[in-house]
Design a protein around this ligand. Structure first.
Ligand code: FES
Length: 204
């Protein structure tokens, strides 16, 4: 039989070749969109819109969040200039909003808008959750010139300057990583001394 509008021939089920081809194209596009969404989910595991609420309180102690020393207290003596580690407050590791990146640079490296009063002995701490879509950030060390080391989120390559309040140097992150106070105790372990200085988590 012939479709009167298009002139196409219908097969036994009454489907014209043109409609069949259109169906195949729509199905292909839907499949491609599905794959793209899955890929984005892997690259950015956290939901847009934030919802991160930290439970860090002044006096909480820094412990290692990763590696062979996970759960141990971090001591100032264990970090060299140019080092950075991921840290949690003791006893509050189940809340990912609490993860921070603890960095040690020369004290003279820090400039505004870094909150100098929240640094101690060259240590500074920022939220480790990227303000783009929420991936955990990484440290890119420049061994020859430690003060030019930087924080990067490898999900979409946002770069943050730890010496200037973690301001955004490149990439899609809309705002800096929020700073949080750190202080060295008499025994060399570290405590948080403040709340975050700004919002944490995805801000888009
Ligand atoms: S999540 Fe996109 S750059 Fe960090």
């Amino acid at each position: 039989m012939v479709d009167e509008t298009t002139g196409d021939k219908e097969d036994k089920t009454g489907i014209t070749r043109r409609r069949f081809t259109l169906g195949v194209i729509i199905a292909s596009i839907a499949g491609a969109l599905g794959s793209l969404l899955s890929l984005l989910k892997v690259l950015a595991p956290e939901k847009k819109g934030g919802g991160y609420v930290s439970t860090i309180k002044p006096g909480d102690r820094f412990i290692y969040a990763k590696g062979a020393n996970t759960g141990d207290y971090i001591k100032v003596s264990s970090l060299n200039i140019g080092d950075a580690v991921l840290a949690f407050p003791e006893g509050k590791t189940s809340n990912h909003a609490n993860i921070v990146q603890l960095i040690k640079l020369d004290e003279s490296a820090y400039k505004a808008p870094t909150h100098i009063k929240y640094t101690d002995q060259g240590l500074v701490a920022y939220s480790a959750i990227c303000t783009h879509l929420g991936c955990t950030v990484s440290w890119v060390e420049n061994e020859k010139s430690p003060d030019t080391s930087y924080t990067e989120c490898f999900c979409h390559n946002s770069i943050f300057d730890p010496t200037r309040g973690a301001k955004v140097l490149g990439g899609p992150a809309p705002i800096p990583l929020a700073q949080i106070g750190v202080k060295v105790r008499d025994d060399g372990t570290l405590v948080f001394t403040s709340d975050f200085t700004g919002p944490i988590g995805p801000q888009v």
